[in-house]
Design a protein around this ligand. Structure first.
Ligand code: SF4
Ligand code: SF4
Length: 247
């Protein structure tokens, strides 16, 4: 069992806008490119061009077709998912060797590969499927929030954000300190009803999702009730995504 540091004052994390994400996968590709040579390198691919390819990807984009029951067209939701750097991360507490740990300085959850025995307990404990086992190296890997970018004094300051944030062409990804109520990301979450994924699990994820906005015609006064009109956990789209992910 590995001990968590408790509530960290600084909570670095991502805010992902589901209203804006178009599912282009640029974030996933740039994540793969950066981290293939980064802190947890390599991000192994096995049989990349074969029928049974396997690869380590820290960031994966799911696309869901949300069915409407009111006769309106179905709605596609693109849902990027990576480690949410939870405050109460069971992936850390189940780790028998101390390989999985959460940093007290910034709340980032990491794996020390030199201590990992590849038992996969952490991936079973993670309700979000955010752990990535490297079958070639025999160790667990995961999103580091690009610690080798965000603190890297050898790159321009404006580029010291995770690779996924730096590359998103739609501006759907934001990075910052969610422990500071005055940070830009915290204000964005407050303004838009930012949401914890599967809050009933009590892992207290740091990353937040911004729900899709009401479509213009349906948001008009007197218009039909919109699937997206309720922000936060009451939002049916997000409730539905929770349901799909928890299967
Ligand atoms: Fe651990 Fe999963 Fe939470 Fe990441 S999302 S901190 S891997 S439980
Ligand atoms: Fe810890 Fe590695 Fe086992 Fe995960 S696979 S619980 S990081 S030893």
């Amino acid at each position: 069992m590995t001990i968590l540091p408790g509530e960290t004052p600084k909570k670095l994390g991502l805010v992902i806008d589901l209203d804006i994400c178009v599912g282009c996968h640029a974030c996933a590709v740039n994540c793969k490119e950066w981290n293939t040579g980064g802190h947890m390198a390599p991000l192994t691919d096995l049989q990349p061009y074969g029928a049974k390819q396997q690869g380590v990807w820290f960031n994966r984009i799911h696309a869901f077709e949300a069915q409407r029951t009111d006769g309106k067209p179905n709605q596609t939701v693109h849902f990027p998912k990576s480690c949410l750097h939870c405050q109460d991360a069971a992936c850390v507490t189940v780790c028998p060797t101390g390989a999985s740990f959460k940093r007290s300085a910034d709340g980032i959850v990491l794996v020390d590969e030199s201590k990992c025995i590849g038992c996969k307990l952490c991936s079973w404990a993670c309700p979000y499927g955010a752990r990535e086992f490297d079958a070639d190296a025999g160790v667990m890997k995961k999103c580091t929030l690009c610690i080798d970018r965000i603190y890297n004094e050898h790159i321009p300051e404006r580029e010291r954000v995770p690779a996924c944030v730096s590359t998103c062409p739609a501006g759907a990804r934001h990075f910052g300190d969610l422990g500071d109520p005055n940070s830009d990301v915290s204000k964005l979450v407050a303004d838009r009803g930012g949401y914890d994924l599967m809050p009933e699990m009590n892992y207290k994820p740091t990353n937040k999702y911004l729900p899709p906005r009401p479509r213009r015609a349906e948001a008009a006064p007197g218009g039909p009730k919109d699937l997206n009109a309720e922000p936060g956990p009451e939002n049916p789209i997000l409730r539905w995504v929770d349901k799909v992910l928890s299967r």
